[in-house]
Design a protein around this ligand. Structure first.
Ligand code: MN
Length: 231
């Protein structure tokens, strides 16, 4: 064991459905604009250009049924419901035809976004980190191992705030399906076991306020529920 000058931080992790063991998170990748209707609501004509990615720190994950304090610096915290792919086997330049062999399982996650800071960064040509990669910005529900489910190619993706549906879409609308997303991400970085990929959000993103109860799900995979707390 290496001798550290102070104890290393706890390993960030996500629950695994039907198991006491947890999935150790290594990195978090997120796909931008992977549903046409969401690309349009953000002011972009959807094109089948290669997808772009951004990242969040591994310790941005939080479990379902958590109260997340309203984050600092923002007046426009947005919800984005997304299917999350958990990588179980790494690789570089992965062939799309074999990409699904690298999946450990699937979960439902939220890509929480400080939309005002993201918008300012876009305008000024600055990095997105302050808009996207903040503390507790990646709630993730339990991962359903592929041993317990099929690779989903369709399924309703939905999010409700205080019981009212805000986001709705279907996995069959993904501009870049999971196999392509894994293959393309692995061209830029060597994927490793423990990496999570948030696959993009359908239309209907919007603002959250302290006290809001946020629930969402992907049919066939699971659900997630969080509450926004006071700042
Ligand atoms: Mn997103």
């Amino acid at each position: 064991m290496a001798d550290f000058v102070f104890p290393p931080a706890n390993q960030p992790s996500v629950a695994v459905a039907g198991s006491e063991a947890r999935f150790p998170v290594r990195r978090i990748f997120c796909v931008g604009r992977n549903y046409a209707a969401h690309a349009r609501e953000m002011g972009h004509e959807p094109e089948r250009e290669p997808p772009f990615f951004f990242t969040k720190p591994a310790d941005a994950v939080v479990d379902t049924d958590t109260v997340i304090p309203y984050p600092s610096l923002t007046k426009d915290l947005h919800h984005e419901i997304e299917m999350v792919v958990a990588i179980g086997k790494g690789g570089s330049d992965i062939d799309p035809a074999h990409a699904l062999d690298h999946v450990y399982g699937y979960a439902v996650g939220l890509d929480l976004t400080r939309r005002d800071l993201q918008g300012e960064a876009k305008k000024k040509g600055r990095p997105w980190d302050w808009g996207k990669a903040f503390d507790r910005s990646s709630p993730c529900g339990p991962i359903v191992p592929i041993a317990e489910t099929d690779h989903p190619s369709e399924g309703r993706v939905w999010l409700a705030v205080n019981g009212e549906i805000r986001q709705e879409g279907n996995l069959d609308e993904l501009i870049w399906p999971v196999a392509d997303v894994i293959a393309l991400c692995s061209q830029a970085m060597e994927l490793k076991a423990g990496d999570l990929i948030y696959t993009g959000t359908p239309a209907g993103v919007g603002a959250l306020q302290p006290g809001d109860k946020v629930e969402g799900g992907v049919d066939g995979i699971g659900e997630i529920a969080i509450t926004i707390g006071e700042a």
